[in-house]
Write a protein that binds this ligand. Structure first.
Ligand code: CO
Length: 147
């Protein structure tokens, strides 16, 4: 068992889409999910919307630029389920625990996530049954943080 990971909670499932507004029309208007205020995270090259699903969320995200890393991922792999994100209480401890357990890390240290106050780190799909896995610690939004 990895110290710092339990009690992890499912925070969101990330879905990569070509067009955020078109995806929102389906998930909000057709399926009836609430939330989903679109916002741009320029340093991540992402336009995203977080829909509410009880205690968890759906994270729809689309490329912000036509030739950035997200557009390239979309061209390479197509739209669809992209990653699963677990919320932890202490991401530094969880990440260290993952490293000590031999989990292949994409991020060696936590970095700012899509929303103010989020610290995130990704684990390699090779260590997670083929699933790109994100850890998030939700902290208080800091002044000047990305929204
Ligand atoms: Co995510």
């Amino acid at each position: 068992m990895i110290p710092g990971l339990p009690p992890a909670r499912l925070h969101h499932v990330g879905i990569l889409v070509p067009d955020l507004m078109e995806a929102l029309r389906f998930y909000r208007d057709t399926l009836g999910l609430s939330g989903g205020e679109p916002h741009e995270a320029a340093t991540h090259d992402i336009r995203a919307a977080l829909l509410d699903l009880g205690e968890s969320h759906l994270e729809l995200f689309a490329p912000l630029t036509a030739d950035g890393p997200i557009a390239r991922a979309l061209a390479k792999r197509g739209a669809g389920m992209h990653h699963v994100c677990y919320e932890v209480d202490d991401i530094t401890a969880a990440l260290a625990g993952c490293r000590d357990a031999g989990v292949q890390l994409i991020d060696e240290r936590p970095r700012p996530g899509l929303h103010a106050g989020w610290q995130v780190a990704f684990l390699h799909p090779r260590s997670c049954g083929g699933v790109l896995t994100e850890l998030v610690e939700i902290g208080a939004p800091r002044p000047g943080g990305e929204r």
